[in-house]
Design a protein. Sequence first.
Length: 539
Amino acid sequence: MRYIAFFMTFILLLCPVMVMAADISSNEHTDLSGDYLEFIFDNQQSIPNEHEIKIAVYDDEGKMVSLQNTIVSGWKTNNKVPIELDHYMTIENKGTTLKAFFIHPNTLTPYATSAIIGKSTCVLDTPSSTDDNVSVTVEWANEHTIAFTPVSLTNQPICLTVHVPDSWDTGATYRQGTYGGIVCGFKRENNKQYVLLENLISGKQVILQKRISNIIKNLETPIITTFYENKTGAVSVTFDDGDYNSAVFYDSEFAKYGFHGTAFLITNRLTGIDNWKTLLEKGLVDVGNHSASHQLKYSTDAATLTSEQIQADISGSYDNLKKYFPEQSILTFASPWGQTTNTVITEMKKNHYANRKAGGGLQNNNPQGDDWFKLNAFVYNGHDTKAMNGWADQAINNKGWAIELLHNCIDGTTPNGLTIAKDIFSEHMAYLNTKKDQLWMGSFNEVTAYIKERESATVTIISANDTTMTLSLTDTLPNDRFIQPLSILVHVPSHWVDGVSYSQGSLFGKSDIVKSENGKLYVQINAIPDKGEILLQKN
């Protein structure tokens, strides 16, 4: 067995380096981020090159106290290789020495004989506070991590100015127990670099770490796809006037394929509220506002309509729908006969984000301004299945949004004007199912919410390392009304070939690699704006 020396290739330019014996019994935990393990191998021929490796760290009792994945990208001479440990890797001290081993990816058995832990150290100013009641004890400081414990005699929230290495030019992260965050701003004074930490708790250790950026710099900004699940186009089936029996049939067809649609209800004509509630609870049909009366012609009779009439017909109807169906997020309106005026649009905007007209054909995928209140639609009026299928084909070919306007349905195969035959509708749904890889069959409310969120959302990479990535997704819309998941294409490191698992609060998912282009890998995830950070983990 040869003795192991710290691999001098990794000498840091800004800080002195020393090799430390692993006598760590004085602390409850030892931080290993930024440390290096140098391994000696008895048989280099058995070691895979350019391969994912597991590193296990054991205490004196032989218990594994940490396990991480890394990528070995070439071997050094003399059968030695240095590996930098994970950014957030800490271990509980069970003994006075530590050993680490490579774990063979197939047999899960150690095949490196031993390793030594080396730690680089830095000389930094002690964190300071303007409050004389605050004192700070620094446990350690190196080029990657600073650990310290602030104490306040008054137990008030603590604000500290912390001197950090000049190499921390990409930002920093900190944590204190379960609390933490990102520090992006630095200030310089007397040729030194400082960060400001606020609202710290007295008596709890703070771990402040350099934000890893070498991986982030090589990753593209995540992209929110045009439609949900990165579909080429969208189709929204809407049906007007509130015939319950027709809604039941439409719902049964949606259930065959997992499609969604929107029922536009006239509140003064609405009956059987409990039946509607039961139907809506299935989650395939949602509700839109189709006015209180369906009697006011907003543009034809504009000269004679009073503001009180318009308010009652639009906002009054919305209020009643929310009273009847409080769980519904009613984002949309469908103006009777498709008529609108600027005055009417102003009233719609009080509670709605979109209005569907009665005609115009295919809608584009990015409405702007007041065009949101003049959205085009395909109006069913005696069309056969082939014609209806053509609406969907237009959405695919033009990357657009086909909004279908239907009314009641009847048994049989022969349509009657605005009333569609059930067989025609069933055939149309079956056709849409053959296009499900290209079309999102979302309700009118859902597609409206998606586009609105997409256009106002910001997605950023907070942190990334060899095995995990954290994203932030925020928007400027009311969180109580906009809860539609967005689909995001995420560029991941080139060794994440098996895809990812991801989570956002109670939302969990998995994604294989959905795109490989010019040596770059991408996964697709779904997340809701303003519902917390999104954690991706390499599979």
